[in-house]
Every structure is written in C-alpha cells, then in structure tokens.
Ligand binder design. Structure first.
Ligand code: UD1
Ligand code: MG
Length: 504
C-alpha cells in the first residue's frame, strides 16, 4: 500500500489575515515569486495526498490562485469548501466533515509555507506507530514574546493554550509552540469536533482544543518536534519577509548542491519554479524570476534580470542585461546593457551587444547585432550583420509593421529600416541609409544624400566677403550682397538635392 493511502488533507485558508494590516489576504502574497498558499499545494502534490482547501475571506482570489497553479502532472484531487463565517480554526475543519473519506486527516494551516515533506513523513510515521488520536508538530520559538499556542504538559495531560488565553501568572516556563500541522484519526474527529466551544479570549472555535479533548479521554496524543524556521507561521509582513529570506537561501543551497555557482549569494534573488543547469555561474545582483529555465555552463553577470525566459546551454549574459519572456539559444552572447523582450528569440551562436534592444523579434543564427540598435517586429535569417545604430521603424502611430532581413544580409551603420520592409538575401545597405523600399537579393541599397565637395569654395567665399567690406558705393554694396546670396543659395541647394552616390 503506498505510504499515504489512508491519509487526506484539509488546508485552512479562510482566515481574514487581520494581523497583516491589509484588506486582502496574506495567503496569496508571493514568497520568492510563488503565492504562499501554493507552497502547501506543492507539498501535497509531492506527497500525493488529496487536498480540501477551506476558503472564505477573498474566496475567489484564493480558489483561482490554487486552481491555476495545480501541476499538470499531479494525480491528487483538489477541492474547496466554503467557510461562510470565519468562526475559528476548529469551525473551519468542521466545515469539511462531508469530505472525510480516509482514516486519517492531515490538517495544515495555510500560513506555514516552509513545512517540508520530511516533517509530514515523520509526523505520519509516529502517528500510525502510536495509534494516536491526534498528532501534531511542535517547535521551540526563539522569541519568548510570541503569539503561538503553547504546549502545556501536566500530570493530568497535554493541552494547547492560545496566546490570548496564556496567563503568565499561571504558566511560567518556556513552552514549545504549536506549529499548526496536525494528523487526526477521522473517527476521533467525527466524535469530537463538535465538542469544541468558544469559551476563550477570542470567542472562537479553536482547533487546538482537540488536544485537550483527546488527552482527557486518555487517547494517545503525539508531538513531533521540528526546527522552528521550518514551521513558522506567516501572520505579519515582517514574518513574510523572514520566510522569504529562508526560502531564498533554500533555493540557492539546492542549486549549489546541483553544481550551480554563485558569487555573494545573499545579494542574488532566485524565485521558486526556476531551473538552472550545472556549471552555470550566477553573479551578485542577479534576479531570476519564476518560470525561467537556465541551461548548463552559462554565465549570468552582475545586475542582470531574467524573467519567464529560457536560456540554453553555454550562454553568456553580460552586466545589466534584461531578458523577459524570451528564448536565448545556445552559445550566444548578450549585453552588457542589452534588453531582449516580448517573445523574442536569439538563435544559436549570435551576439547581441551593448545598448541593443530586441523586441518581439527572432534573430537568426550567427548574427551580429553588436552596438546601439533597436530591432522590433523583425525576423533575421542566418549570418546577418546589423550595423551600429540600426533602428527598425516598426510603428506608424497606429500599427506595428515587420522587417524581414534575409540570410547573409549586411545592414550598414546608422540605418533606419522603415517597416514593412524586406532586405533580400546577401544584399547590402549603405551606411547612413533610410530604407523605405524592399531591397532585392544580392543588391546594394543606398538611401542617403550624396556628399558634395566644393573645392576652394571657402577661399572664394572669403574673397567675396572682403570685396564687399571694401566697396564704397551703395550700388556696389547691393551687387556684392546679391552675388553673395546667390552663392549661398546654390551651395545650400546643392547639399539638399543631391541624393545619389556610388560609394558606400
Ligand atoms: C494558529 C493556532 C496556534 C498555532 C499557530 C501556528 C489555533 C486556534 N491556533 O494560530 O496554536 O501556534 O496557528 O502558526 O488554531 N483560518 C480559517 N478559518 C478561520 C480562522 C483561520 O481558515 O475561521 C485559517 C487562516 O487563514 C490560517 C490558519 O487558519 O491560514 C491559521 O489561522 P491564524 O489566524 O493564522 O492562527 P494563528 O493565530 O496563527
Ligand atoms: Mg497563523
């Protein structure tokens, strides 16, 4: 029989998040890019235990978050129960009674995202071996002034006293805390869940009262002690921050074990739901967000950001580059200060250099886009060179238009390619060109004015100016001025109208 065949789970996720100081729910707050409640979902998927989520406050939001994050390859059943009024954790569990089918129920507070499968495994083992009515996880809290339930063990039995009911005049020692993770026999729950009352400081149905109820009936109650930083609850924004710090280190340690290298790992942010291959070096200040996959033997240099992107093997991403929703194929080099985004793809062996933006474009194999360029809605073939300062003019104020640059084309420096436009295979465009029409294959396109050199022009002009200043009669003056104006007119018109040139 598989390990957890007689176990199902109930996750408490209906509470109001009162101590979070926000009108929303803490349960969808992100910890390393993943909503808090999804950590519990992943844990149950890993353990293969069916899950009933109790929802209430911000019900739709939590249900949607859970439903949209169920792993595609999981076999577990996930369902929801609506706790209409938030009358306490005991009431939340009671609402799920119709769903209890297996012999044992694992109950987990939805605000304990750090709990791992070893803790559940050990708790379950002890629960079964001791034939306990209820078993639960305890820990030692470093802060004596905490708001957890305290475990009180007396001759008469064991009970949990909630923080609001804890009277320091009666209880003086340091007690273990209740972590909010329980396994109870279904029979016991069926018999005793309705014995919980609201006679306490909060006037709520405390789930924790079940411990005293079992103990008073002389039923076995088992505790399993875990590390506090694995079971802490997230009740305040500060605890959310603490939890994220722990999670972030967990993620990095896990990658180190798999052969990933890091510099200054405290200054690196890597989300859950990311993959990084062995031999890859991640430098400090790098951010890798959820959904990103990075291959083997890559280098991601300082202050680069990668989100929802695939980086294949042997890619080098230099300082301060941003890769978003894109694919970078193997053996490419990106940056420094490059921005590749919105469904772009850089095919293998290409280089996208400094101050280059690639948006919604596919850059073919063996391309060089080395300096100061913008390619938007562009598809390039293989072995294309994009000169420094090339800009695709892809937007006319209303619509986006595409640019196609075929294999082996060479775009000269400082080109503007006015889309829609196609540059044919193996063709050249002259430096400084504005290309507004398609360029046939194997052609040279020149889209700029011709340079004119007027030899000795400056000397002649100065002579005329001198003549003008020495002339005395008003008619001479007038003639000189006319000559001068005519000269200037011819000169400037020559510059404006010449637009053909053989040299590139
Ligand atoms: C609870 C325990 C406390 C334990 C701590 C561990 C009780 C009475 N107290 O306190 O002993 O030390 O967890 O973290 O159980 N919820 C509902 N419906 C409700 C109320 C709460 O679904 O009516 C959910 C919340 O969304 C939350 C979980 O139950 O996910 C726990 O509630 P919370 O208010 O955080 O309980 P704590 O005060 O932390
Ligand atoms: Mg809590």
């Amino acid at each position: 029989m598989p390990l957890y065949d007689n176990l199902q789970s109930v996750i408490l996720a209906a509470g109001k998040s009162t101590r979070f100081n926000s009108s929303g729910t803490k349960l969808i707050e992100k910890i390393c890019g993943r909503p808090m409640i999804v950590y519990t979902l992943r844990l149950l998927e890993e353990l293969n235990i069916n899950a009933t989520f109790v929802v209430g406050h911000q019900k739709e939001l939590i249900e949607n978050t859970i439903s949209s994050n169920i792993s595609r390859n999981t076999n577990i059943e996930v369902n929801f129960i609506h706790q209409k009024e938030q009358l306490g954790t005991g009431h939340a569990v009671a609402c799920t009674q119709d769903k209890w089918k297996k012999d044992n129920i694992l109950i987990i507070n939805g605000d304990t995202p750090l709990v791992n499968n070893q803790i559940i495994e050990k708790l379950y083992k002890e629960h079964i071996e001791s034939n306990a009515a209820i078993s639960f996880v305890v820990a030692k809290c470093p802060d004596s002034n905490h708001a957890y339930g305290r475990i009180i063990r007396e001759k008469s039995g064991i009970k949990i006293v909630e923080a609001k009911d804890f009277d320091k005049n009666i209880y003086t020692e340091n007690y273990d805390i209740n972590a909010g993770i329980y396994i109870a026999k279904t029979d016991f729950l069926n018999n005793c869940i309705n014995k919980i009352n609201t006679q306490n400081a909060s006037k709520e149905f405390y789930l924790t009262d079940l411990v005293q109820i079992a103990s008073e009936k002389n039923l076995a109650v088992i505790t399993y002690e875990a590390q506090f930083n694995r079971v802490m609850g997230v009740n305040t924004p500060y605890e959310l921050w603490q939890t994220e710090e722990t999670k972030r280190l967990d993620i990095i340690k896990n990658f180190i074990d798999k052969g990933v290298k890091f510099s200054l790992m405290n200054a690196i942010e890597i989300d859950a739901d990311t993959q990084i291959g062995a031999g890859t070096l991640i430098e400090y200040g790098v951010q890798i967000s959820s959904g990103s996959i990075i291959g083997e033997n890559c280098v991601i240099k300082k202050f680069s950001t990668i989100s929802n992107s695939i980086i294949e093997n042997n890619v080098e991403i230099y300082q301060n580059s941003i890769i978003n929703n894109s694919q970078i194929c193997k053996n490419t080099k990106i940056g420094p200060f490059a921005h590749v985004h919105e469904q772009s793809k850089i095919e293998q062996n290409s280089v996208v250099g400094n101050f280059v933006e690639i948006k919604t474009s596919t850059i073919g194999q063996n391309n060089l886009v080395l300096h100061l360029a913008y390619l938007g809605n562009t598809i390039t073939g293989s072995t294309v060179n994009i000169g420094a300062g090339t800009i695709t003019c892809n937007y006319d104020g209303i619509s986006k238009h595409s640019t196609t640059i075929k294999n082996n084309a060479f775009i000269g420096s400082n080109n503007t390619l006015v889309a829609p436009v196609t540059i044919g295979e193996s063709s050249f465009t002259a430096a400084g060109s504005t290309i507004t029409e398609d360029v046939p294959a194997h052609s040279l396109a020149i889209g700029r004015s011709k340079q004119v050199n007027k030899e000795d022009y400056v000397q002649r002009l100065l002579e005329k100016l001198r003549l003008k200043s020495t002339s005395t009669s008003s008619s001479d003056k007038k003639n000189n001025i006319n000559n001068l104006e005519q000269e200037n007119y011819i000169f400037s018109n020559t510059c404006k109208t010449n637009n053909s040139q053989e040299n590139i």
